[in-house]
Design a protein around this ligand. Structure first.
Ligand SMILES: [Zn+2]
Length: 445
């Protein structure tokens, strides 16, 4: 792998200087993860790129293939001053979701730097954080920095398909790599929300919803499409998913969502009314799309498949549902699905639990201090993310998770639309800001 953006020999650059080049290089390596291992191409190349950049700085990185061939992961440990303290894990995933180049302004795997942004698939999910962590890890090694406690840097495969062949595999088969780790920092958080002119909050993820990916089946009687038919599998499943789509799960105000909306209320001067959280969410602009989904469970039908000919009533209809439940709602969620879908619908599912920790402790204080040093007057607030991350796997080792990939964003950027969206891009000055914040955090962690 040719590195196109490295400093000339004999000259070192700071982490913030080199981060843009690193992110751009990483975006250029197409690591599309469709969920089908047969279509994988670049995870290994990306892992090798990361390992080479770490080795160049003086590390001896460990390359580990998780699951099948080519599922590359890279792990290094930087020893800290106090081995008695729990280690901090800084992790990021190398894979990305697919992108259709015909829809994009620039090619999604160009890594082009244009108009102050690095463009491409993965720019904010999450090669920006991979690049920032890599830049800081390299600088610490070059400078001989000894952080307060051990830092484990991990660059991982397969997050976009649930991490079963990445973080989850490592937790099950190579857990010694994470010995002594008590806390972790990764996606999705650390980005700024401009709540009013010049007033910014930085959102730290302290919780994420659980996942239940369901396959639904309805069986009926096959027959000729021209005749009377009372037992049509397609019609029954269509009616069941329509009931599910119309169902409104109850609003449940959880700790992190309440604390977030209260904090925004204090910053905007519009007090948070606990009896009407939807009104508070509606005032958040484009972020309402994600925060709104943390007020309640959701279940969206995502695939529907049945039949093979116009004049044949098939005996089987199938659908998939992407279900997401709030912490503490796993049983209630499952019960509700059974009730709403009804007894004719067979259900099978894969599930991953919700994640939750408290917004307190030394690491949280260090995040707040790092943000205020770089953006005086800004405030950090906890929040819940509606999606799932590799935190679900590391939670199995009892590791506390914080979504903190620091990024200062322009006030008008529709940030949440960029996740898995078209024209995904990250501001260069935001990346440099984030690298400085991450450096401060890791120096004081
Ligand atoms: Zn991600």
């Amino acid at each position: 792998m040719t590195a196109l953006n490295l400093p000339p020999a004999g000259r070192t650059r700071s982490a913030a200087d080199e981060v843009t080049g690193l992110v751009s290089d990483l975006v250029r390596i197409d690591t599309t993860n469709t969920g089908d291992p047969a279509t994988l191409t670049g995870e290994r190349a990306a892992a090798e790129y990361v390992a080479e950049r770490l080795a160049e700085a003086g590390y001896e990185p460990e390359y580990v293939e998780s699951g099948g061939r080519g599922r590359g992961n890279v792990i290094v440990r930087l020893p800290g001053a106090d081995p008695g303290r729990g280690a901090l894990l800084v992790h990021g995933h190398l894979d990305v979701v697919p992108a259709d180049a015909s829809e994009w302004t620039v090619h999604p795997f160009s890594g082009e730097v244009r108009d102050g942004y690095v463009w491409g698939r993965g720019a904010i999910d999450m090669k920006h954080m991979v690049g920032m962590s890599l830049a800081v890890a390299r600088q610490f090694k070059r400078d001989g920095t000894v952080p307060p406690r051990d830092i484990v840097f991990a660059f991982l495969a397969d997050e976009e398909a649930g991490g079963f062949q990445g973080a989850r595999w490592l937790v099950e088969h190579r857990r010694e790599l994470f010995d002594g780790v008590t806390e972790a920092v990764s996606e999705v958080g650390g980005f700024s929300l401009t709540v009013r002119d010049g007033v910014r909050a930085y959102l730290v993820e302290t919780a994420e919803k659980g996942i239940m990916w369901l396959r639904l089946k309805v069986r009926g009687t096959a027959g000729h499409g021209s005749m009377l038919h009372a037992d049509n599998a397609v019609a029954k499943l269509a009616a069941a998913v329509a009931r599910l789509d119309a169902h409104r799960f109850p609003i449940v105000l959880t700790g992190p969502v309440r604390e977030f909306l209260q904090g925004v209320g204090e910053l905007t001067g519009v007090p948070f009314d606990e009896d009407d959280p939807e009104a508070a969410v509606a005032r958040l602009g484009s972020l309402a799309r994600m925060i709104g989904a943390t007020l309640r469970d959701t279940a969206n039908v995502t695939m529907f498949n049945a039949g093979y000919k116009t004049n044949v009533v098939p005996s089987l209809a199938e659908a998939t549902v992407d279900g997401r439940m709030l912490p503490g709602r796993e049983e209630a969620f499952e019960r509700t699905l059974a009730e709403v879908l009804g007894p004719d619908v067979e259900r099978e599912w894969d599930s991953l639990p919700p994640v939750e920790t408290t917004f307190d402790g030394h690491l949280v204080d260090a995040m707040a201090a790092a943000i205020s040093a770089e953006d005086p007057g800004a405030r950090v607030l906890p929040y819940m993310v509606s999606a799932g991350t590799d935190a679900k796997s590391f939670q199995r080792l009892g590791i506390r998770h914080f979504g903190f990939a620091p990024l200062r964003l322009p006030p008008d950027l529709d940030f949440t639309a960029l996740f898995h969206g078209v024209d995904e891009r990250v501001p260069v000055d935001g990346l440099q800001f984030g690298t400085r914040v991450l450096t401060r955090l890791l120096l004081n962690s």
